[in-house]
Design a protein around this ligand. Structure first.
Ligand code: C5P
Length: 222
């Protein structure tokens, strides 16, 4: 049996993780949230008051940090050295700092290596920015999700409201655009659609519609 490897990339809040979790459930795949790994080391660096531009110190910290995922009813929990950090890594301070940490080549080297190891022996769906281009260039299926900034900010706004977090739509728009800019202009592994990726604009689509399109693509190619 050939291993099934699905790579989903795209800008911030384009719906990658929601749709990846759904497909993982339906097709019984392991879901790997690579963004959560960058978020976790960023969280640790902030907590340990490490200068975020100090690549060496961050890599040092990363070597002492284990990052594990656990499947739950609602989706997925993230553990850092056996302590749950699922909510901590979604806080604003981490979200607005993660792109600085993720731009360090040596940080990426360590995490890409870990991501490849997870994907080595099982059927996986992995989402991020460079999965189809760098981490898993031989993936069976590559998807690139896009959506307008307005739509993505709107989704994030609603999500926050459901969680009881107050947010400002204009500020969300700014933060999303800024993160996109940093992620797509960095020197190492910038956010980019792989040449052989299938692009879906999710602006006017429901989660179900996106999942259906992706599954169609999987069944055509795999
Ligand atoms: O996917 P998510 O928005 O949680 O990712 C958080 C950040 O981690 C991104 O904005 C990006 O800076 C970084 N990231 C990355 N490469 C990946 C996944 C995430 O650089 N494969």
């Amino acid at each position: 049996d050939k291993q099934l490897i699905i790579a989903i990339d795209g800008p911030a809040s384009s719906g990658k993780s929601t749709v990846a979790k759904r497909i993982a459930d339906q097709l019984n795949l392991i879901y790997v949230d690579s963004g959560a790994m960058y978020r976790t080391i960023t969280y640790v660096a902030i907590k340990e008051h490490i200068d975020l531009t100090d690549e060496k110190k961050i890599v040092n910290a990363l070597e002492r940090v284990s990052i594990e995922f656990e499947r739950t009813e609602e989706g997925q929990s993230v553990f850092c050295n056996n302590k749950e950090v699922t909510d901590d890594i979604r806080q604003n301070d981490v979200t607005n700092a993660v792109s600085i940490v993720a731009a360090h080549p040596l940080v990426r080297e360590v995490l890409v290596d870990r991501q490849r190891k997870i994907a080595m022996k099982q059927n996986v769906i992995m989402d991020g920015r460079d999965i189809g281009t760098v981490v898993l260039p031989d993936a069976s299926v590559k998807i690139f999700l896009v959506a307008s900034v307005d739509e993505r900010a709107e989704r994030r706004y609603k999500e926050n409201r459901q969680k009881g977090i107050k947010s400002d739509l204009t500020k969300l728009k700014q933060e999303i655009s800024e993160r996109d800019y940093k992620d797509s202009t960095r020197k190492v592994s910038p956010l980019r659609k792989a040449d052989d990726a299938f692009e879906i604009d999710t602006t006017a689509l429901s989660i179900d519609e996106v999942a259906e399109q992706i599954k169609k693509n999987i069944f055509e190619k795999y």
